[in-house]
Design a protein around this ligand. Structure first.
Ligand SMILES: *Cc1c(COP(=O)(O)O)cnc(C)c1O
Length: 362
C-alpha cells in the first residue's frame, strides 16, 4: 500500500511541523507567543493601506535597508531584510551548513533552531544550558569541531529570558575560529535594561564572523507582517540572499517597518511599559518563592519541571494560554497589564504545589 506514496526525505517526515499556541478564550489572554499586546499605531495602518499590492514588492527592500543602515551606522550592504528573522535564520543555516556539517546552539533555546538545521540537511548539536538557565558558553565553545559551520547564540534567550554578558561574549568569541559563522539572535534586545548584556551590532567591526539578527515582530509589534533583518559582513548576507525565496518581504511589511522607525519613540515608550509590567511580575513571582532567572525579554521562565503540564493546565483553566515545555518549564509572555493579576494568582497556587526539586536551581 505504501508503495503508492512518493518518496520523501525521512528526516523531514520525522520532523514535527510548527505548532502554534492555542487562541485565548474571549475573557482570557494569549501569553504563549511573546507577542506585543499593543494595537498597531495609526501611522503604521496608514502605511499598510498605501501599499500597491497588485505589484510585486521591492525585492531588495532598498529603502528600508537604507534606513536600517543609517540607524545602526553601517553600510547598506551590511543589512539584509527578510520575511521575519526566522527566514534569515533559515537562509544563513542553509548558506553555511549542509550534510555532514554541524550547527551548535544552546538548549533549551528558540524552538525553530533544531528544525531549520534538519531542513538544511546538517546536524544539530544542542548544548544544555547552565543550571541558572543561561547559555553554557564554555561548553558551546568546546562543542565546536572541524565540522562546525555555525553557532547560534540567543540573547535574551527564548524561553529562559537570560542574557549573555558582554564579557562572556568576548571570551566566547576569542575561542571560536574565525571561519565559523556566529549568529547572535537579538529578537528581544529592545527589552533589555541590563548594561552588562551584550549588544552585537557595535561589536561587528571586531568580529568578522558575526551576524546579528533583529526583528520587527516583538518590540515593534509587527509579528503578523513578517519582517526582520540581519546586520553583518556583506558577503555573508549576500549568501543569505542567494538562499532566500525572492520577493517574500511584502510591500505592506516594508512600509510598516519604515513607519515604525519613523515612530520609534512611541513604540519604545510601549516597550518601557512592558518593562515596568515585567518588573512587577518578576518581583511578585520572586516574593511567592519562585526561583526564576531575571527576565530580560518580554517573557518570564517558570521552572516547573515535572509539574509543567499540570501547571500549564491550571493557567489555561484561569484563561491564560502559556507556553509549557513538558518536563522543563513554562514561558509566560508579559502581555496586557490586565493579565497580571490572574497570572500572579495562579502562579501563587502553582508554586505552592511544586516540590523544591521540581524547580531548577538558581
Ligand atoms: C520571535 C523570535 C524571532 C523572531 O521571529 P520573526 O521571524 O522575526 O517573527 C527570532 N528569534 C527568536 C529567538 C524569537 O523568539
Amino acid at each position: 500500500m505504501n508503495d503508492t506514496r512518493v518518496s520523501l526525505r525521512p528526516e523531514i517526515v520525522a520532523l514535527a511541523a510548527y505548532r502554534q499556541g492555542r487562541a485565548a478564550r474571549p475573557d482570557g489572554f494569549k501569553l504563549s507567543s511573546n507577542e506585543n499586546p499593543h494595537e498597531p499605531l495609526p501611522a503604521v495602518l496608514d502605511a499598510i493601506a498605501q501599499s500597491s499590492i497588485n505589484r510585486y514588492p521591492d525585492a531588495g527592500a532598498t529603502v528600508l535597508r537604507g534606513r536600517l543602515a543609517e540607524k545602526h551606522g553601517v553600510a547598506e550592504d551590511q543589512v539584509h531584510v527578510g520575511a521575519g528573522s526566522v527566514s534569515i535564520l533559515a537562509q544563513l543555516i542553509t548558506a553555511a551548513a549542509g550534510p555532514g556539517d554541524e550547527v551548535v546552539f544552546a538548549w533549551r533555546s528558540f524552538e525553530a533552531y533544531p528544525g531549520l538545521v534538519v531542513v538544511a540537511g546538517a546536524t544539530a548539536v544542542p548544548v544544555p544550558n547552565r543550571p541558572d538557565a543561561g547559555h553554557d558558553l564554555d561548553a558551546m565553545a568546546a562543542a565546536v569541531t572541524e565540522r562546525t559551520r555555525l553557532v547560534i547564540l540567543c540573547s535574551p534567550n527564548n524561553p529562559t529570558s537570560t542574557v549573555i554578558t558582554r564579557q562572556e561574549f568576548d571570551r566566547f568569541m576569542a575561542g571560536i575560529p574565525r571561519t565559523v559563522l556566529v549568529l547572535l539572535d537579538e529578537a528581544y534586545i529592545e527589552f533589555v535594561e541590563d548594561e552588562d548584556a551584550v549588544q552585537g551590532i557595535p561589536l561587528l567591526p571586531e568580529h568578522p564572523n558575526l551576524v546579528v539578527l533583529r526583528t520587527f515582530s516583538k518590540a515593534y509589534g509587527l509579528a503578523g507582517l513578517r519582517v526582520g533583518y540581519a546586520v553583518g559582513p556583506s558577503y555573508v548576507l549576500e549568501a543569505a540572499r542567494s538562499a532566500a525565496i525572492p520577493l517574500s518581504v511584502t510591500e505592506p511589511a516594508q512600509r510598516a517597518a519604515l513607519a515604525s522607525l519613523d515612530h520609534e519613540d512611541e513604540l519604545l515608550e510601549r516597550v518601557r511599559r512592558i518593562q515596568r509590567t515585567r518588573h512587577r511580575v518578576w518581583r511578585g513571582l520572586d516574593e511567592q518563592g519562585w526561583r526564576l532567572p531575571q527576565p530580560h525579554g518580554n517573557f518570564v521562565w517558570l521552572a516547573t519541571g515535572a509539574g509543567t503540564d499540570e501547571a500549564t493546565d491550571r493557567f489555561a483553566d484561569a484563561g491564560l494560554v502559556v507556553r509549557g515545555f513538558s518536563g522543563e518549564g513554562i514561558r509566560v509572555t508579559i502581555g496586557e497589564e490586565s493579565s497580571v493579576e490572574t497570572l500572579l494568582r495562579v502562579a501563587a497556587e502553582v508554586v505552592g504545589s511544586l516540590t523544591e526539586s521540581a524547580q531548577g536551581g538558581r
